[in-house]
Ligand binder design. Structure first.
Ligand SMILES: C[S@@+](CC[C@H](N)C(=O)[O-])C[C@H]1O[C@@H](n2cnc3c(N)ncnc32)[C@H](O)[C@@H]1O
Length: 263
């Protein structure tokens, strides 16, 4: 599902930012239950989430942030990767989505998985007075699945996420950033899949009663996903790229060099 998103960028006026956030919250708040089912039970989705988490190259004890975590569908895989001594932080704008993620965490009894309300373009994770997890010194991995298509300025957001992926003092390990997205495929053979994807994006774009948009939501989505991937290539060294469903679904990972090391 798509909805307009909320990059807090200098180029986007504050009223637009607020309206974008309100639109995301209203849309996903309304559809949280349906989304949760799709996020967990769509055939192949579990394998895709596991693949994305593997691309983060996490170790036991690491800290990982899931931006736009939604109903928490990535959290079990992230918790499994970092173990009981690591830390998982999920950030999302929408209360209804977070409520479901919290229920998941409570049911599993994970004490090291935190779910917080916040803007993925200004994640309240480390540093500053508004940080949400005491004891988090650095971030080893940043994951954003099906999120960049909702941001007005995905390139700046990804640049910030690469800066966020900085492991704590005392380690020379690099951080990793992984993006998972679905967008129109460039492959000619993907025409039927693209047609289905176009219909899905139009039907899931607020106000959901219109059939014509200008620009079309799938073109906006594709441009944003491309911009995010270009930014990841600019700010990180490519470590992983995989395409599924004839190129509609893509997983891209990058390694952010430790401070002082040339990329
Ligand atoms: C398509 S869902 C993806 C959820 C989850 N990452 C997954 O893979 O199932 C997009 C989520 O991004 C959230 N979102 C959109 N813009 C956001 C922003 N600027 N900051 C935080 N969350 C945002 C929405 O509330 C929604 O939960």
């Amino acid at each position: 599902m798509t909805a307009p998103g909320g990059r807090e960028s200098a180029s986007e006026p504050a009223p637009d930012r607020t309206a974008r956030a309100a639109s995301v919250q209203s849309f996903y708040g309304r559809w949280a239950t349906l989304y949760d089912g799709l996020a967990r039970f769509t055939p192949g989705i579990g394998r895709l989430r596991r693949e994305a988490v593997a691309a983060l190259r996490l170790d036991r004890g690491d800290t990982v942030v899931d931006l736009g975590c939604g109903t928490g569908a990535n959290l079990p895989y992230l918790r499994e990767a970092v173990g009981p001594s690591g830390t998982v932080v999920g950030v999302d704008l929408t209360r209804g989505m977070l409520d479901r993620a919290r229920r998941l965490v409570d049911a599993a009894g994970w004490r090291n998985v935190h779910v917080v309300k916040g803007d993925a373009t200004r994640p309240p994770v480390v540093g500053g007075d508004d940080r949400v997890t005491d004891g988090v010194e650095g971030v080893d991995g940043v994951l954003a699945s099906f999120v960049v298509g909702m941001l007005a300025d995905p390139a700046s957001a990804v640049a910030d996420w690469c800066a966020l992926a900085t492991p704590g003092a005392g380690t020379d390990d690099p951080g990793h950033v992984v993006l998972v997205d679905a967008a129109l495929s460039d492959r000619p053979v993907a025409r039927p899949v693209n047609a289905a994807f176009r219909a899905l994006t139009v039907l899931s774009t607020p106000p959901t009663r219109k059939f014509r948009y200008d620009p079309s939501p799938h073109d906006v989505l594709r441009d944003r996903v491309h911009a995010a991937r270009d930014a990841l290539r600019e700010h990180a060294t490519a470590t992983y790229h995989a395409e599924h469903l004839l190129g509609v679904v893509r997983v891209t990972g990058g390694r952010v060099p430790p401070h002082g090391e040339p990329s």
